[in-house]
Ligand binder design. Structure first.
Ligand code: ZN
Length: 490
């Protein structure tokens, strides 16, 4: 089997062969059946989801000599010519490479001439958002009064860059990402047809790696098929795609769960240099995501169950750290170092670590034994605006009396409506009828605003402090010759 075959061979030639875009296909077929032809279409969607394929099928059906139920026959001269890229009345232009006004003008000059052999002359402009402002202006003039024999089709991955004046003259069709299930279905059909052996897990891995793009799924499949000699096995597919095996990912998650820096050191000592660090981080983040979702589901049937004991906040935090560090991998000359620093950061900023540390427990200066205003403001069901104002308040509660203290400029913003809201929300929260009064004697160091800032500083200092005393960490840092103070500044 030759290398380029799959993606080209399995490019859809009929509407019924398009995967995952039923809503768009149906709308187009209905308009064909009702003979409601637009003169400009714009296909919007990410790469490889079928924009230009659908545009080409639409061109065929518009010109086909024997349309059946909204599908081109794929046999007549018109259909065959388009399939073979020899249809004179069809022009496909990539705006990424031909975007100047002159080039657009040259193209538009051919618009008034009648089609050579077809019913319609079709101009398909791919990546239309790349056109210059001048080009768009020239195009707009034609779009305002197109000759009846001309149809424009535009495809774009960035519709927000297309001027509204152009958009308002087009029928906009939004293509969605193809789901993993749809990709799996299609791949299994293709593999069976091509006599390629595969296991379920391989299909899953390929469809995940394709991130919603059917074309990417086929390109990846070609690569994998030629490597695996037409017999796809999970391990081989993982190898080709540089996807780390699950065992490694779970090991990392164990390390994070137990905050086990010694295990982290061992992990990197045994690290296989052929593994892609970026892929490992991405796989780790995928699992973190799954664990987070699992915490909100009732499912007891998962190999991830033991990780649900990590708090939702911690999972959020490590996901966030992974996300913000991920972007550095492309430009990093030391991905292994970057990965290890990312993991150290994840451990260092663990909220549990701080709760248990002595440093923090002596710092509960902002807490009145049972009345934690910072926490209450977080939990209480107030409108966002009101919460923002109360962010700079300090609050006392004595029996059924609440005193809310605010800076002068903020007090004036508490109108009658807000007072009502505060009263009802506080009554609800404390489940008692409260007497609420307002004054301006703010205790600045008890306001959530102050506490938040203070916490931030303390948290990073404590985390740095705690982790720098750790033996495992000392070893890693000396190896990497990196100063953790740099991380905490980020
Ligand atoms: Zn035909």
């Amino acid at each position: 089997m030759s290398y380029l075959v799959l993606a080209r061979k399995w490019r859809p030639k009929l509407f019924s062969e398009v995967v995952g875009q039923n809503h768009v296909v149906q709308a187009l077929q209905n308009s064909i059946l009702n003979e409601k032809i637009n003169q400009a279409y714009i296909f919007n969607g990410t790469r490889g989801v079928g924009k230009t394929s659908i545009a080409r099928i639409l061109t065929k059906v518009l010109n086909c000599e024997d349309v059946k139920k909204g599908e081109p026959c794929d046999k007549c001269n018109q259909c065959l010519a388009l399939n073979e890229n020899s249809l004179i009345d069809f022009q496909e232009i990539d705006a990424a490479s031909r975007r100047s006004r002159e080039e657009t003008m040259n193209l538009l000059e051919t618009v008034p001439y009648l089609p050579a052999s077809s019913k319609y002359k079709v101009y398909l402009i791919d990546e239309v958002h790349m056109l210059t402002k001048e080009s768009f202006n020239a195009l707009l003039k034609t779009l305002e009064e197109p000759p009846p024999h001309v149809i424009f089709m535009f495809a774009t991955t960035e519709i927000e860059k297309v001027p509204a004046t152009i958009l308002s003259r087009c029928l906009q069709l939004n293509l969605r990402l193809v789901s993993e299930e749809e990709i799996i279905d299609q791949l299994s059909k293709i593999f069976i047809h091509e006599n390629i052996k595969f296991d379920e897990a391989s299909l899953k891995i390929i469809s995940k790696a394709a991130s919603g793009s059917m074309r990417d799924a086929l390109t990846i499949s070609e690569k994998v098929v030629s490597y695996c000699n037409e017999d796809l096995k999970k391990e081989d597919v993982q190898n080709v795609l540089g996807i780390p095996n699950e065992e490694k990912v779970f090991k990392l998650l164990d390390i994070l769960k137990d905050k086990d820096t010694t295990a982290l050191v061992n992990f990197f000592e045994d690290y296989d240099e052929n593994d892609s660090c970026q892929n490992l981080l991405e796989s780790l983040m995928n699992v973190i995501q799954e664990v987070s979702l699992l915490q909100f589901s009732k499912s007891q049937d998962s190999n991830l169950l033991k990780y649900t004991e990590m708090t939702p906040e911690y999972l959020q935090l490590i996901f966030q750290i992974g996300l913000s560090n991920k972007i550095y991998f492309e430009s990093s000359s030391d991905p292994k170092g970057l990965l290890s620093m990312t993991l150290i950061k994840m451990i260092a900023f663990s909220p549990e670590e701080k709760k248990n540390s002595k440093v923090t427990s002596s710092n509960n200066f902002y807490k009145d034994s049972s009345f934690d205003w910072n926490l209450i403001l977080n939990e209480i069901d107030l409108s966002v605006l009101l919460k923002q104002i109360l962010f700079s308040s300090s609050v006392k509660k004595i029996d059924n009396k609440i005193i809310i203290s605010l800076p002068e400029d903020k007090i004036t913003r508490i109108n009658e409506e807000y007072k009502k809201e505060i009263s009802s929300c506080f009554n609800n929260y404390f489940n008692q009828i409260l007497e609420i009064s307002y004054d301006s004697n703010v205790e600045v160091d008890r306001t959530p605003l102050f506490i938040k800032d203070e916490l931030k500083i303390k948290e990073s200092n404590e985390a740095v402090d705690l982790i720098s005393k750790d033996e495992g960490f000392k070893k890693i840092t000396s190896e990497l010759n990196t100063d953790i103070k740099n991380i905490s500044k980020k």
